[in-house]
Design a protein. Sequence first.
Length: 108
Amino acid sequence: MRDYELMVVLDPNLDEAAVDALNARIQTMVTQRGGSIESVEAWGRKRLAYPIGRYRDGVYILSRFQMPPNAAAEIERSLKLTESVIRHLLVRAEGLAPAPAPVAAARE
């Protein structure tokens, strides 16, 4: 099993339910191929650094997971065929800093 990090930029016109459904679909793809999800961070809607097609904004989702090396190509192929995905990047997380722990709200 290898550690992977996946950043997905989705169509900004998707509603919250569609974003959640697509995120669940990505998690299902990983688990069906023998992987396990470590963390998922929804960064929300952000301005793109440069326009991609007709989009100036995108919905960002960062996922960290473990899976067998041969499953990475299948997931990338599936993401390329998904119309709601503007861009994606799947990298091996070897040598990357561990995912930060959620910050607790400060007490007043």
